[in-house]
Design a protein around this ligand. Structure first.
Ligand code: PMV
Length: 303
């Protein structure tokens, strides 16, 4: 069998604005999904512990038409090492791993860019509106600047050994599509005002890239917190997210923000190494659950 694995992701800055073509910063996490594929004579079968096979079905169909495997049948085995509960991008990871394993199985070498474009097509087909940042994280891995809906993807060196990213889960599962639609309605009702918020986010993302490159964690943290304030203005934060962010800041984090669509899921806090325990404790005391993952993980790879 041909087996490939792809990582999940964590949004650092720029969510929502990225749907409208603005840039974001995203890092891949060491929670991975692996997909093994082999050709078989009888009808295609998918073995998975996750109930939802829409992304795998679409990846097989679109992948076969792009890589030239029409009328072929496969056995597909999926090993999901992380829960889809935390919003780490299991859909994009499974899509990218499936396409990479399929191309390998069909003996078709595929470039990272072609893999990204095909996977983005799959995700858009299943999900409707999407920015593709999570697909890029699954393909390229590490920490990336993602701009112009994937036309501008650049690696940002994140040497995180002098700082920690602490992740707090709110306990509430958010629905990204609902929040993206909610922002879409606001945008249609008040384009000028929302465009202004997106431009603020854009400026923060540009500064944040420079801060990461300079290893200026105090500046990067502050930009994260400012991004959280703009997301509050966009109406996508919740009391619970705000409480966890406030708790982390009071415990000495450089900065903190919600990560992803909002409405629940996770928040992140950038913490000095000597404050990590205090920040974790504060998040827990505020009702959050610490999720231990490493950032800057490797992109899609053969296993
Ligand atoms: O909730 P997540 O982690 O899927 O992130 C959503 C980020 C959005 O910008 C709101 C949507 C998108 O596709 O970029």
């Amino acid at each position: 069998m041909k087996r490939w694995s792809a990582p999940g992701k964590l949004m650092l800055l720029g969510e929502h604005a990225v749907v409208y073509g603005y840039p974001c910063l995203v890092t891949a996490v060491n929670q991975r999904i692996s997909v093994a594929i082999e050709e078989q004579q009888s009808a295609t079968t998918i073995q998975t512990t996750a109930g939802d096979t829409r992304f795998v079905d679409a990846a097989l169909e679109i992948g076969c038409s792009v890589f030239g495997g029409k009328d072929k049948h496969f056995i597909v085995k999926i090993n999901q090492a992380f829960s889809s509960q935390f919003g780490f991008g299991s859909s994009s990871a499974v899509t990218v791993a499936t396409l990479a394993a399929l191309a390998d199985c069909l003996g078709k070498p595929v470039s990272q860019q072609a893999l990204f474009e095909t996977a983005f097509r799959v995700v858009e087909t299943v999900q409707g509106v999407a920015s593709g940042f999570d697909v890029a994280a699954a393909v390229y891995g590490r920490t990336i600047w993602y701009g112009q809906r994937g036309k501008d993807i650049t690696r940002v060196p994140f040497t995180a050994n002098t700082v920690a990213i602490v992740i707090g889960y709110t306990g509430v599962k958010a629905d990204t599509a609902t929040l993206v639609r909610q922002v879409g309605r606001l945008y249609n009702e008040n384009k000028r005002q929302i465009e202004l918020l997106f431009r603020k986010i854009n400026a923060l993302v540009i500064e944040a890239k420079k801060a990461i490159e300079a290893g200026d964690w105090s500046a990067f943290g502050q930009l994260c917190t400012e991004n959280h304030t703009v997301l509050q203005e966009l109406g996508v934060s919740t009391d619970r997210l705000d409480t966890l962010v406030k708790g982390a800041l009071e415990a000495g984090a450089y900065g903190a923000k919600l990560s992803g669509a909002g409405g629940g899921d996770c928040m992140i806090a950038l913490s000095p190494l000597d404050r990590v325990d205090a920040v974790k404790q504060a998040i827990e005391q505020c009702g959050g659950q610490i999720v231990d993952v490493e950032i800057d993980a490797e992109g899609v790879t053969q296993v």
